[in-house]
Design a protein around this ligand. Structure first.
Ligand code: IVH
Length: 673
């Protein structure tokens, strides 16, 4: 490292920082990580080492100094009086030994066995701070950047196991994790499979997403749970173990299987024992947490800017499982990239059953020499689809068959393009039904236009029946068209038509993302949409101009200009425009307060913070028409507590519904704007 020039170091620093930020975004904002925690930590560690060797590189906004996620503007902010720090991570006995040595030195203690440590499972959930006032749940907030998080109280009230009231009327701040238990996760995925929808990736991401739902009723339906692992202050007990026991006595769910261990050897033995019992917990665990038990000693050790010196996490390696590759299929993506996928004998891995693994590309199959019939080890990163980490070649019996990559698209038969410049193999037929299916799936997906009820199953049927051959065709569908389809009822048909119509009101950034331009993910779409407020302006932007945006590099700029220059895209966009897709100034969206102008709104149920008249007045001041009954012409229903038949009707008709917290968020936005 020393003989490395500062220029080379700076270059590498930039690369690493950009890479880490990208993964932060994928993990915290899109809840869609693509690398394992271990891989992420390795990047962060390399960055920290570079900064240690070249202190000049230590920028104030370096990823090494940040804790956790950005704020979510849709929720009110919540300030943590005591910051929610993150933890240092260790991966080996040696690193753990260093930690103990530092702690003993910090406390000037000679006999390491004199210190008592609590060893607990590290729950792979979403960090939450709960505030009880006089024994009542008063607030729940996410970590956010550690100092300011999101107020998700309404959703926390719907947790399956959280008491609204403690056994005694105490003021307490409790820290813990929100999680979705394995069984509930499997149930939710089974429901999705029935509806023909993609499964959720993993319980942690689903917990994070559920915590950030604006509809508290839906959040409650997901069935999140909470488990406490800390309480602030020493009012309950002078020791951690005593404090957690007291929390349990007050009626709170507390992290199970915590054990007090004296000295490093006992800690290590327990850490290893917990790893063998990973599957015994209702939540996923990704390691063990080791904390000094004596609160007064903790005080003496203190904390660094990022994490306490009295506590450390020991991370377990990603879980692996052994299974058999039963077949290798080709998957045609929405941009025509053809990816080989291994069909596996089903096996349980990190809390869910897996039966597919991505093989990435042709080279990967050759490099790892993966054959049909091979026994393999699979591992789950953050992705839905696990990967094959190794082939157990010594278990071959001669029946395994090497894979020959086909020369034609398995979906449409067009010749595949194998090129020198990229590893991906492509189907270049723009009319390929597999690509269309994926494009439509993406168009309707949650992060894009979120068209409820338009799952993969229906998309397949619509394509097969020739009802949909491009995005614009969706907007021509009538309930009568849909009713011809087998298993489509009147109510579902009406709902689907309403959901498709409502997708026109999504903000421009989501429409842009939905179009599925290569290299334009949700975040890039947001950046482009902010800089170019409508499609004409974006279409007119040149490559160089686009690159002036901070986050846009040559690859994205090229992909965007190529897209708008292509005849196929232009035809598609014009067809969408004719159907009112870009209407209303393109900024029209439920998220923009102006969206209310000219809309018909119904208010129902009891609101805690507003009188009915005050809401009406506010809505009318924004140009909305407030009426008394819900019909097909209603654009929005604001539903408070105990909303009855009007809410049910709104749901039936697929009308958008806001609960009170959403209303508050919109008001805050409107008034801040
Ligand atoms: S104690 C000062 N105990 O893991 C931090 N944290 O990666 C005290 N976590 O921020 C945290 N299980 O959100 C503690 N048994 C446990 C935990 C736990 C999960 C989370 C927590 C922490 C994060 C660090």
């Amino acid at each position: 490292m020393k003989d490395r020039s500062i220029e080379a170091a700076r270059e590498r620093w930039r690369e690493l920082a950009a890479e880490i930020r990208r993964h932060d975004r994928l993990y915290y904002e899109e809840a869609h990580p693509v690398i394992t925690d271990g891989e992420y930590d390795a990047l962060l560690r390399e960055l920290a080492e570079l900064e240690a060797a070249f202190p000049a590189l230590r920028a104030p906004d370096s990823p090494t100094r940040r804790v956790g996620e950005r704020r979510d503007e849709r929720f009110p902010p919540f300030r943590h009086d005591t910051p929610m720090l993150s933890l240092g991570n260790t991966y080996s006995r040696d690193e753990l030994a260093d930690f103990f040595a530092r702690a003993a030195r910090g406390l000037a203690i000679e006999d390491p066995d004199a210190l008592g440590w609590s060893v607990e499972p590290k729950v792979d959930g979403v960090a939450l701070s709960l505030h009880y006032a006089a024994g009542r749940l008063a607030a729940a907030a996410t970590r956010g950047d550690g100092v300011q998080g999101d107020d998700v109280t309404a959703n926390a009230r719907g947790f399956a196991n959280l008491p609204e009231r403690l056994a005694r009327p105490l003021d307490l701040v409790v820290r813990g994790e929100a999680y979705l238990d394995r069984a509930r996760f499997e149930d939710l995925n089974a429901e999705r499979a029935v509806a023909g929808e993609e499964p959720y990736a993993n319980p942690r991401n689903l917990a994070a997403g559920s915590l950030k739902l604006l509809d508290a009723g839906e959040a409650a339906r997901r069935g999140l749970s909470f488990v406490a692992h800390a309480v602030l202050g020493d009012a309950l007990s002078p020791s951690h173990a005593g404090a957690l026991d007291a929390l349990a006595d007050l009626g709170l769910p507390v992290v199970p299987d915590r054990r007090l261990c004296r000295g490093p050897a006992a800690v290590l033995a327990r850490v290893e024992q917990l790893e063998t019992r990973r599957d015994a917990f209702p939540f996923l665990i990704d390691g063990a947490v080791i904390k000094l038990d004596d609160l007064a000693l903790r005080e003496r050790l203190g904390a660094t800017a990022k994490s306490p010196r009295w506590c450390i996490a020991y991370k377990y390696a990603a879980e692996q499982a052994e299974t058999v590759v039963e077949d290798i299929l080709l998957n045609v993506g929405r941009t025509g990239a053809v990816t080989p996928v291994a069909v596996l004998a089903p096996v349980v891995l990190s809390g869910s059953t897996v039966s597919r693994a991505t093989l990435h590309n042709r080279e990967e199959i050759q490099r790892k020499d993966i054959r049909v019939g091979d026994r393999v080890l699979v591992e789950k990163g953050g992705e839905i689809i696990p990967k094959v980490v190794a082939v157990l070649a010594d278990r071959r019996d001669g029946s395994q068959k090497p894979f020959v990559f086909p020369e034609h698209c398995p979906a449409c038969g067009a010749p595949l393009r194998f090129s020198e410049e990229e590893v991906a193999v492509r189907c270049e037929n723009p009319a390929c039904p597999a690509q269309l299916r994926r494009r439509l799936g993406h168009f309707a997906s949650r992060g894009a236009l979120d068209i409820e009820g338009l799952g993969g199953q229906w998309i397949d049927v619509l394509i097969e029946r020739g009802l949909v051959g491009r995005f614009a065709d969706l907007y021509d569908l009538t309930a009568a068209d849909l009713l011809q389809l087998e298993r489509m009822g009147e109510k579902s048909a009406a709902n689907l038509v309403a959901a498709i119509a409502a997708s026109r009101r999504r903000p421009w950034r989501r429409k842009l993302f939905a179009l599925g331009i290569r290299h334009v993910g949700a975040e890039t779409a947001r950046i482009l949409a902010a800089a170019y407020p409508d499609r004409e302006r974006l279409a007119a932007a040149g490559e160089e101009e686009l690159q002036e945006l901070d986050e846009v590099g040559p690859v994205v700029a090229r992909a965007v200009t190529d897209f708008f220059a292509s005849d196929a895209a232009r035809r598609e966009l014009d067809a969408l425009a004719e159907r009112g897709f870009f209407a209303g100034g393109d900024e029209a969206s439920p998220e923009a307060p102006d969206w209310l102008a000219g809309r018909t709104v119904v208010v129902t149920g009891t609101l805690a913070e507003w009188s009915r008249d005050a809401v009406k007045e506010w809505l009318q001041a924004r140009g909305a028409r407030v009426t008394g009954s819900v019909s097909r012409r209603t654009d929005l229903v604001i539903a408070g507590e105990n909303a009855g038949s009007k809410l049910a009707k709104a749901r039936e008709l697929g009308v958008e519904v806001w609960d009170e917290s959403r209303l508050a968020a919109e008001r805050a936005r409107a008034e801040g704007a």
